[in-house]
Every structure is written in structure tokens, then in C-alpha cells.
Design a protein around this ligand. Sequence first.
Ligand SMILES: [Zn+2]
Length: 236
Amino acid sequence: MSAAAPGCRLRYSARAKRLRLVVKPAGAELVIPPGVDREQALAFLEQHRAWAERKLAEFRARAATATAPVGFLAGATLPFQGREVALDIVVSPDRRTYVEFDMGFRIALPATAAPTEPRVKAALFGWIKPWMADEAARIAARHAVRYGLEPRAIHIKRMKSRWGSCGTRGAINLNWLLAFAPPTVLEYVVVHELCHLRRRDHSAAFWDLVARHLPGWSQERHWLKRHGGELLRRFA
Ligand SMILES: [Zn+2]
């Protein structure tokens, strides 16, 4: 919900007494009373944005389990960073394909391109790849200060069965589907692969190194064991 506030309707009401943000399954609505200007209203919206997003994600998660199609199809939801968000597919006003994220994914495809799953998936990968490279670089930088484990490069890839790998020449590879796991899980996989820069095994010493970076690592590993298979089945 930026200044233009897509995803949130603004409604001016003569009867309203105060600013009110209403979140329903269909979307969010900001009710603006007399005497409050647009700038104040948007500041209020910005202040309560996180709450509204959480609320909407809850509605969508509930709706998703009930009726939504699964995968990369219009009307589906995606668990972006662990929270279900909508996936909308619209016709592009020009011939370009583009992806926007604002509380949910909106993918615009040229009118000539049918919204097939591979096409939607490719468009989404094009958006997630640089996004995740940034996220992973930030995570790596945060952890590098400890023991200087710095990757030579970070590659985001479409992998079928693995979450990450560490190349022999110091580059780490990450599965783009980590975008659909909680942020702490992405952090764990980055740290796991960084630690392989020092130790190329899964010995006690390796896990000790992981724990020194990330004391709660076993919880994240457990999450992957428990939900990772489903994520791969659903999206890989
Ligand atoms: Zn490993």
C-alpha cells in the first residue's frame, strides 16, 4: 500500500467520526472522515499497513485451503515468505510481461500469451531471482562478520530437489522456492551453505559452526523436513 495505495480502497464518509481501516476477505478499505486530508489518511494507512497485510494474509490462507487452485494459476495463492498472498494474472497494457508485488503478486502478460503455468512461473522467477539474490546477500553480509565466511557469488536457481548447494569455487546456489518459506528458513539455508565454505561435510564440527551463526538452526531445518516436500511438490 504505497502512496497510490493499490490493494486498499479509500472511502470518504461524511458520517465517519475517525479514520478507520477495515479489512475484509475482499480487500482493505480506509474510511476517511470529514476534515482529514489524503496525506493524513495515507500516513495512517502506512502506520497500520503491517497489520492489514497480516489480516489479509490470514483471510487468504483460509480461502486458499478451501477453494483456490494450486500452483501458478490465476486465483491461486502463494506462501511468499511463509504468508499466503494472492496471485493475480492480468492482461498487460502493452506487449511486456511484468510482475508487481503489493501485498500479493500481480503478473501482467501480453494479450497474446495464454496464462499457462510455465509462463507464469517463468515471469515469477524473473522477479524472485533478483529479489532473493538481494535478500541472500544481506543475510550473508550479516553473518560474514563472525567468521568471515563470504561467498564468491550467490546464484538463485530453479532446483527440483535441493534447497541449496555450495560450489567448490566458493559460490553458493539457492533454490528460488525458498521465497515461499518463512524468512528464517531462507536465512538458515544461506548460513548452512556459507558454513560449507569452511567445512564440506555434515560432521559435528560443521553443525557446531552452523549453531554459532544461528543458535535456532534445528527449528528451521525441522521446518524444511516437515514442509519442504510439499513446497517442492506444489511448485517445483
Ligand atoms: Zn549441507
